[in-house]
Design a protein around this ligand. Structure first.
Ligand code: CA2
Length: 144
């Protein structure tokens, strides 16, 4: 199976600041963890990060017909982007929303998630492990 892992703005800066929220490991370490799990389970994974909303929309559209499942941490676009929600609806690929921090315990403006309206599941506050849980959910869904 093919899984696309999408990460939104500033996640490439992991490990530089706010370790109480996002931990002290960097983005490369997150990618290594995702790739390690994928190779262990025989999953074909692509990881993509962008600071630009339209680039993330483009990547979702390109997944149409070729990707079996999406794991998405839209970062700040979680709370603002109808465009990402519409793109996910357009391609109709099973999707899991992931947040490293527990957004439910943070500011009011983080309580809204547009993509959640489409996603099958949301995992928040489990740190980097949330990505593994999301991939595992998609794997189970396809009988893996
Ligand atoms: O908890 C998450 O995964 C978030 O999606 C992270 C976003 C935030 O806007 C969401 O509300 C929750 C922020 C990612 C920014 O990452 C940073 C990395 C290094 C230093 C500061 C922020």
């Amino acid at each position: 199976m093919k899984i696309l892992v999408l990460n939104g703005p500033n996640l490439n800066m992991l490990g530089t600041r706010e370790p109480h929220l996002y931990g002290d490991r960097n983005y490369e370490s997150l990618c290594n963890m995702i790739n390690g799990f994928a190779s262990q389970k025989g999953i074909d994974v692509e990881i993509y990060q962008s600071n630009h909303e339209g680039c993330l929309v483009d990547k979702i559209q390109q997944a149409y017909g070729v990707i079996d499942g999406i794991v998405i941490n839209p970062a700040a676009y979680t709370h603002t982007s109808v465009a990402l929600l519409d793109a996910l609806k357009a391609v109709s690929i099973p999707t899991v929303e992931v947040h490293i921090s527990d957004v439910s315990k943070r500011e009011d403006f983080r309580q809204v998630s547009y993509v959640r309206n489409y996603c099958e599941k949301t995992i928040a506050g489990h740190g980097f492990d949330g990505y593994i849980e999301a991939m595992d959910y998609l794997l189970q869904k396809y009988g893996g």
